[in-house]
Write a protein of this length. Sequence first.
Length: 456
Amino acid sequence: MEKKMRAQSAHCLVLPYTTQGHINPMLQFSKRLQHKQIKVTLAITRFIFKTTMHQLSSSVAVETISDGYDEGGRAQAESREAYLARFQQVGEQTLADLVEKLRDTGHPVDCIVYDSFLPWALDVAKRLGLVGAVFFTQSCAVDNIYYHVYNQLLKLPVTGPKVLVPGLPLLEPSDLPSFVYDLGSYPPLYRMVVNQFSNIDKADWVLCNTFYELEQEVVDWMAKLWRLRTIGPTLPSIYLDNRLQDDKAYDLNLFKPNTDGCIQWLDEKPDGSVVYVSFGSLAELGIEQMEELAWGLRASNKYFLWVVRASEEAKLPKDFVEETSRKGLVVSWCPQLEVLAHKAIGCFVTHCGWNSTLEALSFGVPMVAMPQWSDQSTNAKYVADVWGMGLKAKLNEKGIVRGSEVEDCIREVIEGEGGEEIRRNAVKWRELAKEAVDGGSSDRNIGMFVAELVNS
Ligand code: UDP
């Protein structure tokens, strides 16, 4: 009893970066902390708060800071560079103000868990005498590549047919994150991912949304540098261990789910017969790639559920939706977890964003990887060659995945002989993901983090 009371007095302020793929895992981690009797406050921007509060159903307390764009969010910024600079400037001040405000409520903050994309938050934490825990929302393999770039242990531009990064398999240059192998493609984002390591040595904890069994070698290597703990996958509890009451969904949607009867539509389809296609919240496909993908889906003759965000819709071939309506359903955003968990789903054609990858893995859904940018190429390499739970679609000389390749990969993964092992591995990873969270490695790591917070 005494321990519990002390535990409840520890208070974490959790600060995610402002995109869906960062808010989801950090809000989910918050719920896990809360379940272990830690008080948690999630800090989101005023703009996100304003636009999502009507549907915010989470049990985690929410407060706001400012990124300097309270009226229009990121879209208002003239460039990404400008957005990040302003976020830091205004964010530092408003984060410190929030800590101050919470002190006055009688529940002072003990620790800031901040997104690795916002390293300035650690400076705020240290200035205020708080524990600082950095939270990485990408894979440890990817994090380790950026670490090597930051410290110039990996010299750029990469030359040679193979790249060696400790803890990772031999990589081709194109398996590296796009900001690294395609140097100069997005300078502000390149600086952001590399600068995740600018002050990491001052962090008290390094938390990663992955699980030990999935990335053992690289985790072991990185854990020699910092107090690194793997705490994922951060899917809602209902899908993993079912120990957290009411943790059934991600709770904070930046996009309006257009469910359009997705689930009813899936209910009518045979088990394992549907191809689910999604490229996450940010990736933009070229028109030609979109056409090839559409062509490939149609040629596969499988049922498909395709998420095409409103901003991408104009790229769909004319009349495609009507012409394929017997086989396919195109929606602008869907409840991805419910979809991937559905027994009608047979394969996932994906950009291999890290959350989507962990989700597919946790549901045992085999993947066809079509990485677009950022860390997706590295995730796709692991999916295909390390975890053996999917195929990486091959690019033609113009860097495009042809429709016929999409079709071949889908067939192979769903029903091909070579796909058998992929389907078996998918089930194996599903079990290991569940174990990690259900009293296994990730659960123990969260317990360790909590215990130290409480006892310090
Ligand atoms: N997602 C969703 N509905 C969709 C598409 C995606 O809920 O129609 C969610 C998905 O479950 C995942 C997140 O959005 O949690 C996307 O994150 P990911 O890291 O895969 O990709 P990003 O959007 O960051 O590129």
